[in-house]
Each structure stands twice: as structure tokens, then as C-alpha cells.
Design a protein around this ligand. Sequence first.
Ligand SMILES: [Fe+2]
Ligand SMILES: [Fe+2]
Length: 248
Amino acid sequence: MFLHTEIGELIERDPGLGFALYKCGIFFSEHQNDSISMVCRSQNIKEDWVVRALDSVLVHDPIKQDFQKNPHIPELIEHLLRVHVFFSKEKLPFLFKLIKNSDPDGFHDPQVGKDLKLLFPLFYEDFVAHIRKEETTTFAYTRTLYSVWNHRKNPAILQFTKPNIDLRRLALEHLEDDDEMIGIREMTKDYYCPKNAGTQQKVIFWELKKFEKDLRRHSKIENELFFPQVVKLEKCCREYLRNTFPDN
Ligand SMILES: [Fe+2]
Ligand SMILES: [Fe+2]
């Protein structure tokens, strides 16, 4: 029964369990030799609550969303924002804590462990800046465009609220700069992790690889579904503005 197996052993079998336990308030590296049952008893947590919570974290994939052929822009923004929150408030803080508390000597190559401690916080900072910029400029501007076009609001509002961005250029840059994790991937040699590496390295590399995969799925939605629609929408709004106020 997994509740009575040492957490270290469970993690060796399934490194993805580290994040699920973290969501239940159990940081695996502090309890490698304890079982979940022992941690529940010492922290006064109900076992069946932990079982249900683990189950839901392991089954639920926040990145996955089955969109219809042409999803509406508000639906896309809602999904993208939800994923931003998942990345910035859950996944990255977990990885940050893991890497910060890791011991480079537990890595198959201690230099990789040391370099990761330096590189990851920079990646984290850049990535959070990227998503904040998307939210405060692109998404905010898109909402304005959407309400002008769909609710036939006075298009003059566009003259005053357009942030200093060029949507077409932004869409192109987003498509071209689509490899935010290149530095970490190259430094870790494609997340290479031999069998004799420590448990922490196994979880860190497993999570980094998963994060890269999730990020690619997220960017694909932005590049293939979101930006093309927004660029089209902006064109429609500009025409609407010109027709309403021919001097513009
Ligand atoms: Fe995003
Ligand atoms: Fe993005």
C-alpha cells in the first residue's frame, strides 16, 4: 500500500509525485524516509484527504483544453491566464524551492547542480516578466478590441487605449522566440539524468522536462490560436474606426 511506503521510494518510482505531494503540503525531500501515513499522523492531516488530493493533481492536466475549431477570444484568454497562474504560482515556485534546496553533490555532475542554481532564478525572472507583459499589454489590449468589435463600442476608445505595441510584430516575435528553455536544456544536456543520480536531481530534471513540454503546448495555443485571431480582430477594428471617423 503506497501510504506505508517510504516517500523516497515512491518518488524514485514516479518523480511526478513530488509536485503532487507539494500541493498537499508535503515537501518530499524533508520526508524521504517517512511514509505518507507517518507524515499525515505527525502533521495531523487526514490520509483520505491526501489520497483524494494526490489523485486530482495526478489526473488533472491544467494545460490540456479541448478547444472547438475557432475558440472565442475570451475563452482563449481565460485558459491562457489560468495556465499563467499555474506556471507562476505553482510549478515554478515548486521548482525554485527544489533547486534552491538541492545539494549539487547529489547530482551526477555537481557542476550541473551548481550551474542550475545560478541559471534557474534568471529563467524564472525572465519568464514571469514575459507572462506579466502578455497579461498587461497584449491581453488587456485584446479585451478592448473584443469589446469594441463585438459590443459595437465607440471605436474612438482605440485611439486612447492602444498600448505602445505592434501586434503583428509581437506575434512574429512570439513565434520566433519560442525556445525560452534553451539555456537550461543545453546546460543539463537535454535533462540527462543517469540512474545513479540522487532523487532530487531525478525530480528536478523530470519537472524541467515536463515544464518545457507544457510551455511548448502553451506557446502553440498562443501562436496558432490566439495571435492570428487577435491580429485579424485588430484589422477589423481599425477598419471600423476608419469608417466611423473617416479622418483617422
Ligand atoms: Fe503565455
Ligand atoms: Fe507567451
